[in-house]
Ligand binder design. Sequence first.
Ligand code: HEC
Ligand code: HEC
Ligand code: HEC
Length: 195
Amino acid sequence: MSRIQRLPNSQPLDNPIDGRYYVWPVGFHVGLHLRDYWRLEQHRLGVTDFHYFADGTAHKNRMQGNDYVQSLMYRHGVPCFSCHDAHGTDNYADLIKPVASNQMCLECHAAGSPNGPYVATIEEHTHHKLGNPGSQCVSCHMPQIENQGVPGAFIHAHTFRFITPAMTEQYGIPNPYISCHKDKSNQWATKWLAR
Ligand code: HEC
Ligand code: HEC
Ligand code: HEC
């Protein structure tokens, strides 16, 4: 497993308002180059640092966008607001629909949908009974990868990739198998994944 390295934190390049430090890029607006206002984070593949896991996925909060641009859904033009309403909802993370019933995902991913999963029933895909936490799309495709330091507040992977036990062994990224079946090993999970 890689050593955690803390790179110099990202910060503003100068403090134009009365020399005061602000944690946003003062003066930047859409169309300008962010790098002229903000020291951008650098990531080296293979290194786990404050911001990134070794495979370039988010290790820190507020990086849902960095994750999401790596996903197939992003490449197909599905925007953040297919799932979120930035103006506020009663659901966790301003989701437009609660995640509990899989309702939001199933709108585009019902069994047999051309978007997948390519199965006749959702249970066939998840290998768990409906209603079980193991049948929730987010349990496997958006696992909690890091606690952002606030108790109970977790970051959910936004690459939508399935994190395999091999990724855990190699890069230290938590996989959903072991996060749920806490008494089991990565070897056990790999065996089931193969089946
Ligand atoms: C607005 C429609 C829409 C919604 C809502 C949606 N998806 Fe997707 N999703 C897509 C499309 C389109 C694709 C690309 C399908 C393809 O071309 O194979 C996709 C692909 C995927 C893939 C495959 C990624 C890969 O790399 O193979 C996963 C996993 C996935 N979505 C999970 C989810 C989950 C979990 C949710 C709910 C949190 C969700 N999706 C909600 C439209 C949607
Ligand atoms: C128990 C874990 C688990 C759950 C729960 C789960 N998936 Fe998956 N899903 C997987 C795995 C594993 C793959 C294969 C990933 C790979 O090949 O990299 C996958 C692949 C997919 C794909 C890519 C196409 C395909 O069929 O391979 C889509 C789309 C998808 N899942 C959508 C969903 C949706 C929507 C839900 C909720 C209804 C869901 N998944 C629930 C584990 C799960
Ligand atoms: C396909 C649906 C989908 C898309 C697209 C999506 N999100 Fe999310 N997002 C979710 C779900 C579902 C959760 C909460 C997961 C849970 O409750 O288990 C979430 C949680 C979050 C959170 C709360 C912190 C966390 O990680 O849990 C933030 C912030 C967030 N998303 C930002 C974004 C941004 C920014 C984008 C676009 C760059 C985006 N999301 C795109 C489904 C989506």
